[in-house]
Ligand binder design. Structure first.
Ligand SMILES: Nc1ncnc2c1ncn2[C@@H]1O[C@H](COP(=O)(O)OP(=O)(O)OP(=O)(O)O)[C@@H](O)[C@H]1O
Length: 298
């Protein structure tokens, strides 16, 4: 389990992380979402002991990172895939990690296989790796100590669609086996697919957190009809709040009620379903509207 409690980090008079609290539970993938500069990396850096907290605590398995006797066996970390020594080969980097952690030598080949780096690629210097290959190597380093928790900053960055699918399956399998995964991203759809729980941060403060199901439950119903005016009128007259979405409406009511209202008004529907496909992005933009640099298009 990963726990952040009342964490604050200031730089001079600027507060990068402001009284942040959340828990990433075992057996679950927790998505840490927020716009650029929201404070995700700073929080993760405090979690892994790279940045001291100004106040508050951040623990993995009940201890601060610096107090873990052999941290790599407890928590796998990937913060910056390009932070590896560019002159070393992938195999050398994994071998160093294997020796540092006191692991059997065969873990190196096992990890290369796990992240689908070929023996030939493992002998290339990291400076010649693509970003996607660096991400795979970073994941291999994070996993080599068979830790119970993973902390990953934008792990899907640089991966092609097949790589993103691979990463998603890997994280799902890891959590299903009891692991704790905390991953940050601004790739909303990627997080929406893989995360069980969500923590949304904006301007250093948590603006929403909970299970994905809870957070998306308020998304309402997507409803479309050829005669949108008649549909909108019927819903509004029935005290159902509507807003435009995907060429139709997002109605703040369940599908049954929306269907009944449309039927009673004699409006044939083209589509009627839970609006959760669009939910997370909309929620993300809404929740961070006051904290987005660009503001949100109406
Ligand atoms: N060492 C530092 N000194 C001063 N300000 C800093 C320092 N590190 C981070 N910040 C500021 O703290 C804020 C949060 O940065 P952070 O990197 O945590 O954001 P983030 O959510 O990870 O963003 P991104 O998605 O762009 O990576 C930013 O405004 C950043 O400029």
């Amino acid at each position: 389990m990963i726990r952040v409690e009342n964490l604050t980090r200031t730089y001079g008079s600027f507060t990068a992380v402001d009284d942040v609290s959340f828990v990433a539970r075992s057996g679950r993938v927790t998505g840490f979402l927020g716009p650029n500069g929201a404070g995700k990396s700073t929080t993760m850096r405090v979690l892994v002991g790279l940045t001291p907290a100004t106040s508050g605590t951040a623990t993995v398995a009940g201890r601060r990172f610096v107090d873990l006797p052999n941290p790599g066996r407890e928590v796998g970390v990937l913060l910056d895939a390009s932070a590896q020594h560019a002159g070393r080969t992938g195999r050398e980097i994994l071998t160093l990690a294997q020796r540092t952690l006191g692991l059997p030598a065969d873990r190196v080949d096992a990890m290369l296989e796990r992240v689908s780096l070929t023996p030939e690629e493992s002998r290339r210097r990291v400076r010649h790796y693509s970003l996607g290959m660096r991400q795979r190597l970073g994941i291999a380093v994070a996993l080599i100590g068979d830790p119970a928790s993973l902390i990953l900053d934008e792990p899907a960055n640089g991966l092609d669609p097949a790589g993103i699918r691979w990463m998603r399956d890997l994280l799902r399998g890891y959590a299903d086996a009891g692991g704790t995964v905390l991953l940050s991203s601004h790739l909303l759809h990627e997080i929406e697919v893989v995360a069980d729980d969500l923590v949304v941060i904006g301007n250093g403060r948590i603006v929403a957190s909970g299970t994905k199901a809870e957070l998306l439950a308020g998304s309402g119903t997507l409803v479309r009809a050829r005669d949108l005016d008649a549909l909108g009128r019927a819903l509004t007259e029935s005290a159902v709040t509507v807003s435009p979405l995907d060429g139709g409406f997002r109605a703040e009511a369940d599908a049954e009620l929306v269907g009944k209202v449309a039927h009673a008004a004699g409006v044939p529907l083209l589509e009627l379903r839970a609006a959760d496909g669009a939910g997370l992005e909309e929620m993300f933009l809404e929740l961070t509207a006051t904290t987005q640099r660009e503001g949100v298009a109406a």
